[in-house]
Structure formats: structure tokens, C-alpha cells
Design a protein around this ligand. Structure first.
Ligand SMILES: Cc1cc2nc3c(=O)[nH]c(=O)nc-3n(C[C@H](O)[C@H](O)[C@H](O)COP(=O)(O)OP(=O)(O)OC[C@H]3O[C@@H](n4cnc5c(N)ncnc54)[C@H](O)[C@@H]3O)c2cc1C
Length: 379
């Protein structure tokens, strides 16, 4: 790291929220530094990395880093299943390490200074600036450092207290999961508080589970269930991802003076589905736009802009409380084929879009070409 200097923006965390923020802020001419404790943005990925279509519309991502998934197949504990899809809608499985490296390159190309392997430590603020030990000062410090935010801790902001615990295995790509679907397994013994899943990702098959905080995931049981239901043939574990998913909703006190939180650090993650990437990308970008308006044109404080634009999660928090109760499996089995359940499932995954029966079309699987890592990316 270079000696102390003044930035417009210091961002802690080079993941979805931080990198989206850094790129837009740098493109708008702000002086931006990002500090990330990992030495490579693609290492130790802690997410399945599925993007909803809206995220793909907000951010133009190279197609070789993604694969379209057209529908969701829900599996009941008793072995029955139901398929859900909507015309024109899709999810994107991602080469998540590749995507994060690409985002880092884009932020760097835009002019942001990226400090990998540089953990955020001591910091303080006065009326004019925030001071970060070892890095310098900034007009605004953005904590995009995830569910257990050090920025929140340092500046006495609210911290996430309610989580799902997620574990995922990466299998060799030829495991044989039907590539049209994100497979979701509802089962309160296997996945109390949420569900297990499997998908054919980009050059990898992903099998995971998320459970409420008081439970422990049994990955062997999950793998066995997925193998049996999907008829997986070739199981070779090649990697593992895990992490905490904040599901308590948006935190109340998420800014103070020249410091603000975004992404998982602020609780910007759906309490029902645990999805947070789309919001991280959108609010990261909006934070940068608002910061540039605030600093260069006397606009509103970016924390106020994000407070207005971030979702409230009212209904989703109610659904979270219901999922936390982990209904017995006979309840899942008995409601599974009902029209009300189909409507609810469709609303969760496809919002108000029209539904289709039958099977979604099979997109050509895309071959993912691993992108070249820029040698001079890490500074
Ligand atoms: C198992 C699992 C599966 C998931 N699957 C999906 C999914 O398929 N789709 C979806 O939309 N969401 C999913 N989520 C949620 C999603 O991953 C998060 O909402 C999203 O990653 C939030 O992005 P973020 O940039 O706010 O934080 P993060 O992605 O958590 O990134 C925080 C960054 O800050 C860095 N950092 C932390 N502390 C410090 C420090 N002190 N100094 C410097 N750097 C630091 C970390 O290394 C990290 O790079 C999943 C989560 C988990 C755990």
C-alpha cells in the first residue's frame, strides 16, 4: 500500500457491492480506493452466485461467465416435484470467481485503486474526513465488507444478528444435473429454515444447503438426497463454499457522518431467499452515483438516497419467520401440489410474471472460457 493520501471514496470489501460502487465512482471521476482482505477477488467465494434476470439487465456481464437457467424444479420430501418457469425469464448461474475477477478488472480499468491482501483495521472520522490507518483519508467511507462488517464494528453501527448458515459443494461439471432447472429441495429435516439446492453451473455442478442458525447442515445427507433424486452419476468434489446469509432485514443504524454500509453489511439481502447479489450490484452503483452528486454538486448524502431506495422487506420478513418454524415434512408434502402453493412458489421465484406449464426449453450450455487474470491487477 502507498502512504496516506486523500480519496473521495474508500470502499472496504471487493465483492459485488464494493466493486460495483468502485467502478461507477471511478468512471464518474472520483478518486477511489478499495481495500480487500483477500489476495485475489476470486478466492474463497462464499456464494452460489446465481443472478436473477434483473441483475443481468442492470450490469452487462460477459456471456462466457454465465449460463442461463430457465426454471425452478421444487422437490417435496416425498419425492414428488413441480416445475416453475415464466416466458422470457431466467436466472444466471455464474463462474463466480471469474465474475468477481472481471468486476475487479473493470473497477481497476475505470481508475479505482485496488488493495488486495489489505485488511481494514483502525479508522476514525472528524467533520472533514474519515481516516483509515495505512491507507489514507476519504470524504466518504463505504463499508461493503459483508455480513460480519468490521466497518460497522469500528464505527458503532448496527450489525447483523440473524443468519442462515450456507454450505455448498462444487462437483465436477459432468455430474448430470438437469441443466434447465435450479433444483430446490424442501425438507425440514434436511434443511430446517430454508432449503437445499443443486444446479449445473458454469463448468461446475453446485450442491448446497442453507439452514437456520440453530441447526447444523448435514452435507452428506444433502448430497445423497440430490444424487438419488437427480440420478447424478459422477460425483467428484472439487471445491467447497460456505458463508453466513443475513436474513434479519435492513439494519436501522447503517450510517454515521461520513461512513455508510451497503450490501450484506447493511442487511441488503432477502430474508426469504437469502439472495443479495442483485441488490449489492444495484445499491453499490447507486451509492457511487449519489456520492458523486453529493461531493461534486451538493446533492443529498448518499446514505439518505440509499435509505429511500433500499427495499423494506416487510412481507419477506414475515415469510422468514414462517420458514424459521421449519414446518414438519408432512406439511410440505400435503401442500405441495395445491394451487395456492404453486402460486406462492411462482410469486417467490418469478414475482408477477406469467407462468408456464410443461418443461422450459433447454438452452445450449455455454462453454465458459476462464478469463485471463491481469498480472498487474493486485496493487
Ligand atoms: C452459501 C451462500 C449462497 C448464496 N447464494 C446466493 C445466490 O445464489 N444468489 C444471490 O443473489 N445471493 C446469494 N447469497 C448471498 C450473496 O452472496 C450476498 O448477498 C452477496 O455476496 C453480498 O455481497 P457484498 O458485496 O455485500 O458482500 P460479500 O460478498 O460478503 O463481500 C464482502 C467482502 O468484504 C471483504 N472483507 C470482509 N471483511 C473485511 C475487512 N475487515 N477488510 C477488508 N475486506 C474485508 C470480504 O473478503 C469480501 O470480499 C448467498 C450467500 C451464501 C452464504
Amino acid at each position: 500500500m502507498s502512504g496516506p493520501r486523500h480519496y473521495d471514496l474508500i470502499i472496504v470489501g471487493a465483492s459485488f457491492a464494493g466493486l460495483a460502487c468502485a467502478r461507477t465512482a471511478a468512471l464518474r471521476g472520483l478518486k477511489v480506493a478499495v481495500v480487500e482482505r483477500k489476495s485475489d477477488p476470486g478466492e474463497q467465494v462464499r456464494t452460489t452466485g446465481i443472478l436473477v434476470k434483473e441483475a443481468a439487465e442492470d450490469t452487462d456481464i460477459p456471456s462466457e461467465l454465465t449460463r442461463r437457467i430457465r426454471g425452478v424444479r421444487l422437490h417435496a420430501p416425498n419425492g414428488s416435484h413441480s416445475d416453475h418457469w415464466a416466458p422470457g425469464y431466467y436466472f444466471l448461474a455464474t463462474d463466480t470467481p471469474g465474475l468477481l475477477r472481471w468486476m475487479a478488472q473493470e473497477a481497476w480499468r475505470a481508475g479505482a485503486k485496488l488493495h488486495f491482501g489489505g485488511r481494514f483495521g483502525e479508522a476514525s472520522q472528524d467533520a472533514r474526513a474519515v481516516h483509515v490507518a495505512g491507507l489514507g483519508s476519504a470524504s466518504l467511507l463505504v463499508g461493503a465488507d459483508g455480513a460480519n462488517s468490521a466497518v460497522a464494528r469500528t464505527f458503532g453501527l448496527d450489525r447483523n444478528t440473524r443468519f442462515l448458515g450456507g454450505v455448498e459443494l462444487e462437483l465436477a461439471p459432468d455430474a448430470g444435473a438437469d441443466p434447465r432447472f435450479l433444483h430446490c429441495f424442501l425438507d425440514s429435516k434436511l434443511a430446517p429454515g430454508y432449503l437445499a439446492w443443486a444446479l449445473g453451473g458454469v463448468n461446475v455442478t453446485q450442491v448446497g444447503v442453507a439452514v437456520r442458525q440453530s441447526s447444523k447442515p448435514d452435507m452428506d445427507a444433502v448430497l445423497e438426497r440430490v444424487r438419488a433424486r437427480l440420478g447424478l452419476k459422477h460425483i467428484e468434489i472439487v471445491g467447497r463454499r460456505n458463508g453466513l446469509i443475513p436474513v434479519g432485514g435492513v439494519l436501522r443504524r447503517r450510517s454515521t457522518g461520513r461512513v455508510m454500509l451497503i450490501g450484506d453489511a447493511a442487511g441488503h439481502c432477502s430474508p426469504t431467499t437469502g439472495g443479495g447479489i442483485a441488490l449489492a450490484l444495484r445499491l453499490g452503483r447507486r451509492t457511487a452515483q449519489a456520492a458523486s452528486d453529493w461531493l461534486d454538486a451538493g446533492g443529498e448524502h448518499p446514505a439518505a438516497v440509499i435509505a429511500r431506495e433500499a427495499p423494506r422487506f416487510g412481507t419477506k420478513l414475515v415469510m422468514r419467520r414462517m420458514l424459521d418454524l421449519a414446518p414438519p415434512n408432512w406439511v410440505w408434502n400435503s401442500i405441495f401440489g395445491t394451487t395456492a402453493f404453486r402460486h406462492l412458489a411462482h410469486a417467490v421465484y418469478f414475482h408477477r410474471r406469467g407462468s408456464e406449464s410443461g418443461l422450459p426449453p433447454l438452452d445450449d450450455p455455454r462453454q465458459s472460457a476462464p478469463i485471463q487474470r491481469e498480472k498487474d491487477l493486485a496493487i
